[in-house]
Design a protein around this ligand. Structure first.
Ligand code: KG4
Ligand code: ZN
Length: 339
């Protein structure tokens, strides 16, 4: 069964084709560059860009996979969580193709797909702890089996990737700034600034206090994001980046041993754009008593292959979705699926 995946939850327009055996035949991703001028994603612009880009992205994806649209047998589409206008573009396109071809359709949860991507092409022991670390999400899940996702904790305020993007902006770096902070941090001292990591008593996370501490360290006490960026020597910028990065990752990593123990987790699975960060990878591996697997780099940031692969497995388990309604917020449990 050839599966066509569609992803448009935020600012990546993506289409992928996955073979009957689960092999990724194509995974075309177009990142919307128009948001960089604003330092963050503008939802209305994102929806319009998805509308404009999808026809070409779908054609390219089919061409790279070497198949015709008529050969597709299942459509998998991100239906939650994300920007409602952006999700609607993908879901409506998916419904249109499915109706036109007379084939089934399945809705996929974007955050679950990020975590599931870390389990591909390897043996994973369950129960597993799933960590989603992306621009819009920071959440931990218990997976008692490969396709069962139980939300056990999430951020109370900003997501970790969002925090990286905001700190990058404070440092005068363009959006999205996560990878640029990592590069800058390589030249810095992670202990130069003593930023503290929040350590909430439950499984929740918080990054907004750290963000403000970094803002004050860069622009001075009681500054705000509009305060002009002062001239900062390169070494100090690198030290700020490295110290921020260490504190941000500590917020997550310090909670992992107790969660592993509480739920007897055998493995840790990590997905989302921030999972690309090597410092995060090292800290997680170091802080965990069980094997830690990361999604491979081309599957970390938003992409449709992770949607197609998970969608196909969910379809095999439970059949097609009866009705798909785009939903901006992460909902647990999802009414529409029994995984
Ligand atoms: O998973 P993703 O494409 O989007 C969401 O689902 O939200 O993740 C994008 C996020 C951005 O915030 C970006 O700055 C961050 O991932 N990111 C990184 C790195 N690469 C991407 N953050 C830290 N270090 C990186 N190497
Ligand atoms: Zn994502």
């Amino acid at each position: 069964m050839l599966t066509l995946g569609l992803e448009s939850s935020c600012d990546e327009t993506s289409c992928a084709v996955v073979s009957a055996e689960g092999k990724i035949l194509s995974n075309v991703v177009a990142t919307q560059l128009e948001h960089s001028a604003y330092g963050g994603v503008i939802p209305e612009l994102a929806s319009r860009a998805h509308l404009q880009q999808f026809p070409d992205i779908v054609k390219r994806s089919l061409r790279e996979a070497g198949i015709a649209l008529e050969e597709v047998e299942l459509i998998a589409v991100t239906h939650t969580p994300g920007l409602i206008g952006s999700l609607s573009v993908g879901v409506n396109l998916a419904k249109g193709i499915a109706a036109g071809l007379g084939i089934p359709l399945i809705g996929v949860n974007h955050v679950e797909a990020h975590i599931h991507a870390a389990s591909l092409d390897r043996e994973v022991d369950f129960p597993a702890l799933g960590i989603a670390a992306s621009g819009a999400h920071t959440a931990v899940f218990l997976l008692r089996s490969p396709l069962s996702f139980e939300l056990i904790g999430k951020t109370r305020d900003d997501a970790i990737g969002e925090t990286f993007d905001k700190v990058a902006r404070f440092l005068g770096l363009p959006y999205p700034g996560g990878a640029l902070i990592e590069q800058l941090a390589e030249q810095g001292d992670p202990y130069a600034f003593s930023f503290s990591s929040s350590n909430l008593t439950d499984h929740a996370f918080s990054f907004s206090g750290l963000k403000t501490a970094v803002l004050y360290a860069i622009k001075g006490k009681n500054s705000n994001h509009k305060t002009p960026l002062p001239q900062i020597p390169h070494q100090k910028r690198a030290d700020l980046a490295a110290s921020f990065q260490r504190a941000a990752f500590t917020t997550i990593v310090q909670k992992i041993p107790s969660i592993i123990k509480e739920f007897s987790c055998q493995t840790v699975l990590v997905g989302g754009g921030v999972a690309n960060n090597r410092c995060f990878q090292d800290m997680l591996r170091h802080g965990s008593s069980v094997p830690v697997h990361f999604a491979s780099p081309h599957l970390c940031c938003d992409n449709a292959a992770m949607i197609a692969v998970l969608g196909r497995k969910l379809f095999d388990l439970s059949g097609p979705s009866t009705e798909i309604v785009p939903c901006a917020r992460y909902q647990w449990p999802l009414a529409s699926f029994v995984h």
